[in-house]
Design a protein around this ligand. Structure first.
Ligand code: HEM
Ligand SMILES: *[C@@H]1O[C@H](CO)[C@@H](O)[C@H](O)[C@H]1NC(C)=O
Ligand SMILES: *[C@@H]1O[C@H](CO)[C@@H](O)[C@H](O)[C@H]1NC(C)=O
Length: 208
């Protein structure tokens, strides 16, 4: 009688529902709860303190690059990337002063694509540990307009490169071309392979 009452009570349904939600929330936690860094927090992981991991930001994504200590640690050639987001320097190669910025202002679409590819490289090679609050992620860890703009620009860069590649593939295999007034285009001989042929002839002429 009591059991029947419990089983048919609407509270049982509610309890089951709440438990399910709690279960789902528990298992989703590791995915939704990435660590958010401030610029100041990230700066502590610059490789100076050996007891800290070395962290690097790119497009607001933060990676643990401790295993690449020889590059990113103190005295390493790429130490300037540590403890900050210097996204721009991945294409500018300018590792000094204001060159170490996360702003991609006025870069071309193919350059922006190159930065996105560097981020892909870090996803493949190192461990993603969180997001940097600022230009690319808001205080909730959601991508900003700026990040969406960068990704759209990178996609345009990829299209541009694809188009160029296709156009090059369409050209006849011919090193250089010379337009005559009449008779259209003429393929000039491949200079490099001519040198190769000549070298072979010189070599053979010593024996024949
Ligand atoms: C825009 C300029 C450049 C940028 C942003 C850049 C960035 C990087 C980064 C981030 C790494 C470390 C990759 C990792 O975590 O494994 C790296 C490695 C390396 N870079 Fe560069 N690099 C630049 C130019 C150059 C140039 C001009 C050279 C050669 C003259 C060079 C030679 C190397 C070599 C040899 C490694 C591998 C070192 C090793 O694995 O021991 N880089 N580069
Ligand atoms: C580098 O990190 C150390 C602590 O790990 C900190 O004391 C120092 O101020 C940092 N350097 C910069 C330039 O932020
Ligand atoms: C690096 O960037 C800074 C700031 O934009 C600039 O003053 C400096 O001349 C640049 N250095 C090189 C080598 O391009």
């Amino acid at each position: 009688m009591a059991a029947r009452l419990i089983a048919t009570s609407p509270f049982v349904g509610i309890a089951v529902f709440v438990s399910l939600i709690a279960l789902v929330a528990f298992y989703y936690k590791p995915f939704s709860q990435q660590r958010l860094f401030t610029v100041e927090e990230l700066a502590l992981y610059n490789g100076t303190d050996q007891s800290f991991p070395i962290l690097l930001g790119i497009l607001g994504s933060v990676f643990d690059v401790t295993k690449g200590k020889s590059h990113y640690g103190e005295g390493g050639g790429y130490n300037h990337f540590s403890g900050r987001d210097a996204s721009r320097a991945f294409v500018s190669g300018n590792f000094t002063g204001d060159g170490l910025t996360d702003s991609l202002r006025d870069l071309s679409s193919t350059q922006v694509k190159s930065v996105v590819e560097w981020r892909d490289f870090y996803f493949r090679s190192y461990t993603f540990v969180g997001k940097l609050v600022g230009r690319y992620y808001d205080s909730e860890g959601n991508p900003t307009k700026y990040l969406k703009g960068v990704e759209a620009k990178a996609a345009r860069g990829a299209q541009l490169l694809e188009k160029q590649k296709n156009e090059e593939a369409k050209q006849p295999s011919c090193n250089s071309r010379w337009s005559q007034d009449e008779g259209g285009e003429v393929c000039l001989p491949d200079v490099e392979s001519n040198y190769r042929n000549q070298a072979v002839i010189v070599l053979l002429s010593q024996f024949l």
